[in-house]
Design a protein around this ligand. Sequence first.
Ligand SMILES: [Zn+2]
Ligand SMILES: [Zn+2]
Ligand SMILES: [Zn+2]
Length: 476
Amino acid sequence: MLNDATALVSLRTAVAAAGLAVGAGHAGEVTTMSVALDFGRAVLGGLVVGWLVFLVVAAVRRHLTETAADTALSFAVPFLAYVPAEKIHGSGVLAVVTAGLLLAHKAPVLQSASSRLSERINWASITFLLENAVFLLIGLQMQSIIARVDESELTLARGVGVGLVVLLVCLVLRPVWIFPFTLLAFRRQGGQSAEAAKVAAVSSWAGMRGVVTLAAALTLPEDTPLRPVLVLIALIVTVGTLLLQGFTLPALARSLDVRGPDPREDALVAATVVASAVGAGLRSIEADPNADPSALAAIKEQSTARVNRIWEQLGDAGSETPSEAYRRLRLQMIGAERAQLLKIRAAGEVDQHVLGQVLNAMDAEEAALTVSARRSERLRETPLRAPDQIAAACEHLSVEPRCVVPDSPEGCHECLETGMTWVHLRLCTECGQVGCCDSSPGKHATAHFHASGHPVMRSLEPGEAWRWCFVDEALG
Ligand SMILES: [Zn+2]
Ligand SMILES: [Zn+2]
Ligand SMILES: [Zn+2]
């Protein structure tokens, strides 16, 4: 988004400089200094106005409780930022981006949950319509653009030729920029050059131009010399990169064996941050002297289930985990509930308003159930370890893991003795006892920690090598 804003500010400065040159008649009037000053004023003006608009809107939002009004305010923000910024010769685009980024960053504090949901859904629809409208507008103008290019001093063939050359320049410039920086970044993190080259190749080829290129071309003043040719070039670059790179990028990534983030690694990170958040939440209600013990117990149980649900995204994807079974059954039940409510509605004896509220509450639960992440289908060659950003180095985890032999590789030690079933298996790195995870009814790995004091266990699931310290509740 900042790249787009920078590009649009540069374009504006370029147009202003070109306009000056034409208006003044001597090239001498446009100095590097005047262009730099104009650029500086555009950037600074945009940032300041964006920040001021953020302050005002944030202050209003604190008192705004109505969801519809809050969403309506979000529609006004771009204009509130753009118009004043342009009035003082700042960059309106940069002001909008600044205000938008700041408001989005503070949204979890400033807005209510229903306002955030409403804003997300409404803006997704608006973005969809606007982006497609730009393509539609260009499509509608196509015929007249081609006719005007043909009439200009360039012929259509030469116009298209120039467009193809610009497309080629775009394709070549991106790797020239990306390769050195990716290699440098990998070297600083101690990564391998071969891996960096693969990543750089894929991100170089991922340079599809989109709606901003077209919109930028359409903002050129009507009296710009060769404007139709410039719009045609933008169109050729956009369509060219979208078709050429868009269709071949997946094949390139596959052939170089570059993969996106591992969903299981994401699950490890998610489990860690949710566990930390849940811990803070539970401490807050436990400290409350008026808390009802039975409500507290019910919330504790639900919170543990929430954390376990994320842990269950790991492990062998073979069988259905408890949370998957819960989700499947609950969704089936909601389907039946809804059918029953529709029957009641058809009978017409219950107030429509009440029924609507009941149905809405069910939608909320169903959405929450279907949003939860999928498990990764296929295992990677390298065993899953705790990602660097969350890996802790407590005294227990910093000890190099010993190569302990599982005492009962076929399953959880105690479950096998008592005939219970388990979900995922854990291995004590101290004595080699195999236990089951907290989603399993026995919770024998945790029980083993409490009984023996052995602090660290590792996952015994195929393709996983992450460890967990029970004492510090940390991954390593
Ligand atoms: Zn520890
Ligand atoms: Zn067990
Ligand atoms: Zn042990």
